[in-house]
Design a protein around this ligand. Structure first.
Ligand code: NA7
Length: 529
C-alpha cells in the first residue's frame, strides 16, 4: 500500500524538528504537523514575563551538530524564552526544516488501518494523510490546565494562561492583577508582573520551594571553554541521572555533621539552580535527609520575607523536590513590596470567579486582569486530546484509562508503528529535555532504518515486555520520595486523572542502557512483522 509519507511527526518543538532532520538524513519522507504558526513548542507558547529555562543554556541545547554548537552564542546563564525561541528558529532555518512543516494545523485523529498497516491521520484543516509511522513530539507540558472554577466566563477583564500567552505581550502597567498558582511559571512571572502592575494579588494553594538562579550574562571566556570541550561535557552529562553536568555529592545529608552540611547547602545556594538537590545523594530517598534541605530553605524564606505571617504562608510544608523544584530571580523578595498581597487558599478552594475578580474564603477580591498560572495536564494531556486509535479501533484514552502504560515510554501495545517522543514511562521531565529528546529521536530513526533494511513494515511492543517496563517504572518511583506528594508527576493536579507516577525516575544512564540492550538484542520486547 502506498503512503503519502513514511512518517507523520506531530509537533515542531525540539523533538519534532530533530526527528524531521534525522529522518531526512536517512532518506525517509516525513511531514511535521504543528498547531502553532512557528517552531519551538514549549518556547513558542510559554511567553509569559520572565519565562526561562531552568537548565543552563549551554546544556539545554542540541548536541547532534558540532557546527551548530560552535556557531550559536548563548548570552545568559539561563536563557530567556525569546532567546530559546530564536535558537529554535535558527535551527529550523539552518537545517531547512520549514518546507516539511505544516503550521497552524492540529491533528484531530490518527487511526491505524490494520488491513493496510498504515496510520490514517486527519487534521482540523481537512487533511487526510496516510503514513507508515506516526511519531508524536507533542511535549510533556503542552496542554494547559484551565481549572474548572465556577464563574470563569463571568470575569469582565482579560484572562491569561501562562502556558498560552499572547504573542504581543501584556501591558500590566497601572493595572491590578490577580494570579492563581505558585508553580514554576508563577514563580518566574510574579516578580516581573509585580514591578509592572499597580497591585498584584497572588492566590496560593500550595507553597513551593524555589532556589535562586543567580542568573548572569555569560562570560565569553567561559563560553569559549565550553565550546572547546562540548563533547566531554555532553558525555559527562549522560552519566548523570538528570542528564545535566553537575557534580552530585554522594554523601548522605543525615550522616554529615551539621556544620559541614550547612556549609555545603550554603555553597550550592550561593551557586544557584537545580544542583541544590545534588548537595547530597539521599535528599529524595529518606525523610530525615530531605528535612535538612527543606529546613535550610525554610530558614532562607524567613530571612528574606519581612512580614512573619507572609513568610509563614510562603513556607512549604511538604517534601522538598517532590513537586518540581523551581528556580527564581527575586521571588520571595517580591512579597516585601507594598503592591503585592498573598492570599492563602490552601484550606478552601476558590469559591468562584466574579465579574470583578474572585471570591475566596468568604471575601471578594477585585482586579483588572486575571492570570492563570495553573500548569498543565502533564505528559498525557496533549496525546489524549487527539483521537488515537490502534488495533481493533481501541482508543488510547481508553487503553490508558487507569494510567499510561508503555514500553520504554516510546511505544504502546496495540498501537503499532506509533512512537511517543518523551512519552510517559521515559525519563523526560525528570531530565534535561534536550539530550533526552535526542536519545529518543536517535532510537526511533535507527529503528526505522533497521526495519527498512529487513523489509519489516510493522513494529509493536509485546504485552509481557510492556508489563515488565511498567513494573520497572513503578518500582523506581516507589524508591524515591518524589512519588509521595500531589504533583503533576502523578496527575494529581487534574481532577479525575488516575494517580500514577508517569516519568521513569531510574535516571538517564539506566534508561539509555535499557534502550541499548533492547537494540543489541534485536529489538527485544517488540514483535516485528
Ligand atoms: P504547576 O507547577 O503545575 O503549577 C500550577 C500552580 O497552579 C500550582 O501552584 C497549583 O497549586 C495551582 N493551581 C492549579 N489549579 C488550581 C486551582 N484550581 N486553584 C488554585 N490553585 C491552582 O505549573 P507551572 O506552569 O507553574 O509549571 C509547570 C512546569 O513547567 C514546571 O514544573 C517546570 O517544569 C516548567 P497546587 O500546587 O496544585 O496546589
Amino acid at each position: 500500500m502506498s503512503t503519502d509519507f513514511d512518517a507523520v511527526i506531530v509537533g515542531a518543538g525540539f523533538g519534532g524538528m530533530y526527528m524531521l532532520h534525522r529522518l531526512r538524513q536517512k532518506g525517509f519522507a516525513a511531514r511535521v504537523i504543528e498547531a502553532g504558526s512557528g517552531v519551538g513548542g514549549t518556547w513558542y507558547w510559554n511567553r509569559y514575563p520572565g519565562a526561562r529555562c531552568d537548565v543552563e543554556s549551554v546544556q539545554y541545547s542540541y548536541q547532534f551538530s558540532a557546527e551548530l554548537e560552535q556557531e550559536w552564542e548563548w548570552t545568559e546563564r539561563y536563557a530567556t524564552q525569546p532567546e530559546i525561541l530564536r535558537y529554535a528558529n535558527h535551527v529550523a532555518d539552518r537545517f531547512d526544516l520549514r518546507r516539511d512543516i505544516q503550521f497552524e494545523t492540529r491533528i484531530t485523529s490518527a487511526v491505524f488501518d490494520e488491513t493496510a498497516n498504515v496510520w490514517r491521520v486527519e487534521t482540523n484543516k481537512g487533511d487526510k494523510v496516510a503514513a507508515r509511522f506516526v511519531i508524536t513530539a507533542m511535549g510533556c507540558l503542552s496542554s494547559p490546565n484551565t481549572p474548572k472554577i465556577e464563574g470563569l466566563a463571568d470575569f469582565k477583564g482579560p484572562t491569561y494562561h501562562t502556558g498560552n500567552w499572547p504573542h504581543d505581550g501584556v501591558a500590566f502597567t497601572g493595572k491590578t492583577v490577580g494570579v492563581i498558582g505558585t508553580g514554576s511559571s508563577a514563580i518566574q512571572s510574579i516578580p516581573i508582573m509585580a514591578e509592572q502592575a499597580r497591585h498584584l494579588t497572588v492566590f496560593q494553594r500550595t507553597a513551593n520551594y524555589t532556589v535562586p538562579a543567580h542568573n548572569k550574562p555569560l562570560d565569553p571566556a567561559y563560553v569559549a571553554k565550553v565550546k572547546a570541550h562540548y563533547p566531554e561535557m555532553r558525555k559527562r552529562a549522560k552519566t548523570k541521572p538528570a542528564g545535566i553536568d553537575f557534580v552530585i555529592n554522594m554523601a548522605s545529608a543525615i550522616e554529615t555533621p551539621e556544620a559541614e552540611r550547612r556549609r555545603l547547602f550554603e555553597e550550592r545556594w550561593a551557586y544557584g539552580g537545580l544542583g541544590f538537590m545534588a548537595s547530597f545523594s539521599d535528599l529524595l530517598l529518606n525523610d530525615e535527609s530531605n528535612k535538612t534541605a527543606a529546613d535550610f530553605v525554610r530558614a532562607k524564606i524567613r530571612e528574606v520575607v519581612k512580614d512573619p505571617k507572609t513568610a509563614e504562608i510562603l513556607t512549604p510544608k511538604n517534601i522538598i523536590g517532590c513537586k518540581r523544584l523551581c528556580v527564581d530571580t527575586g521571588y520571595w523578595e517580591t512579597f516585601n513590596r507594598p503592591n503585592v498581597t498573598l492570599v492563602d487558599i490552601s484550606d478552601e478552594p476558590i469559591e468562584r470567579i466574579t465579574a470583578a475578580g474572585l471570591r475566596a474564603k468568604g471575601q471578594d477580591y477585585a482586579f483588572d486582569c486575571l492570570v492563570l498560572a495553573t500548569g498543565f495536564d502533564a505528559m498525557t494531556g496533549a496525546l489524549l486530546k487527539v483521537d488515537i486509535r490502534g488495533r481493533g479501533g481501541v482508543a488510547l484514552k481508553d487503553k490508558w484509562r487507569e494510567g499510561p502504560k508503555s514500553y520504554l515510554g516510546l511505544t504502546v501495545v496495540g498501537f503499532p508503528n506509533l512512537f511517543t517522543i518523551t512519552g510517559p514511562g521515559s525519563p523526560s521531565v525528570l531530565t534535561n529535555m534536550l539530550p533526552s529528546i535526542e536519545q529518543h529521536v536517535d532510537f526511533i530513526a535507527d529503528c526505522l532504518e533497521a526495519l527498512r533494511a529487513r523489509g519489516v513494515s510493522v513494529i509493536e511492543p509485546i504485552e509481557q515486555a510492556q508489563e515488565a517496563w511498567v513494573g520497572q517504572v513503578g518500582n523506581a518511583a516507589n524508591i524515591t520520595l518524589r512519588s509521595t506528594c500531589s504533583s503533576w508527576y502523578v496527575g494529581a493536579n487534574i481532577p479525575g486523572k488516575p494517580r500514577v507516577f508517569m516519568p521513569y525516575i531510574g535516571g538517564l544512564p539506566a534508561y539509555i542502557a535499557a534502550c541499548e540492550t533492547v537494540v543489541k538484542n534485536d529489538y527485544e520486547g517488540f514483535a516485528l512483522a
